[in-house]
Design a protein around this ligand. Structure first.
Ligand SMILES: [Zn+2]
Length: 242
């Protein structure tokens, strides 16, 4: 079965270039979108990532995050005529502050997160890691469905969540069968087209080896249409599979 993929606009960051391409242009800020997506599918309505909810989160301050009232998950879904209670699954690609800010918004959603990612968020390898923000994930009102790393799961016919660690220990991406071909919603497993096309490592990395293996896994998807996580040139109004 085919799905339709709509991008959800959650504002932007002004972040250091070297976050995206390791070692390059340090000190140069670049404007990058913060986003998620909504997958319309006959079997399930699915949201991937929720953006930033607290602009005072240290990571958000550091990356000069900005979003308007309209650039929130509920407002973006409202534009598409979707109500929060209709969402069956919320996939959080990883628990960084700019992806996992509002996991409690969907009362009937199972929240798909990697078990290793949640552990890492509580006790990050780097003690001063400002990308994990405890008020985002340490909550009783989130119905977690914790999946072990390494497992790929099918949420609905033609929608698969792939284990693609590297950027973080438990990063996952979503592959959606559409009328245009398989769409890879990569989130931070691929920040930019440049990382993908020129095999460039990003500056924020849990494991370079795992990152490369995950890229290879995604590149093996025949005819895959990539949606990178923070690509500055991406057209957020483009609908995939319509
Ligand atoms: Zn991230």
């Amino acid at each position: 079965m085919n799905g339709i993929v709509h991008l959800l606009d959650y504002g932007y960051n002004m972040a250091d270039y070297s976050i995206f391409i390791a070692g390059a242009n340090q000190g140069q800020r670049v404007k990058i979108p913060v986003m998620g997506c909504y997958i319309d599918h006959p079997e399930a309505k699915i949201v991937v990532d929720t953006g930033v909810s607290d602009p005072k989160a240290p990571g958000a301050v550091d990356c000069q995050h900005v979003h308007t009232e309209k650039q929130t998950p509920l407002e973006q879904l409202k534009k598409l005529g979707v109500k929060p209670e209709e969402i069956k699954y919320l996939v959080i690609t990883h628990l960084h502050y700019d992806h996992a800010g509002a996991m409690n918004l969907f009362p009937n959603a199972k929240v798909i997160v990697r078990r290793e990612e949640l552990k890492e968020a509580y006790v990050p390898m780097a003690k001063d890691d400002i990308n994990y923000y405890r008020p985002d994930f340490d909550r009783k009102d989130v119905n977690y469905d914790l999946i072990p790393n390494g497992l790929d799961i099918e949420l609905a016919d033609g929608i698969t969540v792939l284990s693609v660690p590297g950027h973080t220990v438990g990063t996952q991406c979503v592959v959606i069968k559409t009328s245009e071909g398989p769409v890879i919603y990569a989130a931070d497993s691929v920040y930019w087209y440049k990382n993908w096309e020129e095999n460039k490592l990003p500056g924020i990395l849990y494991s370079a080896e795992k990152f490369d293996m995950s890229i290879a896994k995604m590149k093996a998807i025949r005819g895959g249409i990539l949606i990178p996580g923070h690509e500055p040139t991406l057209d957020l109004n483009r609908v995939y599979g319509k």
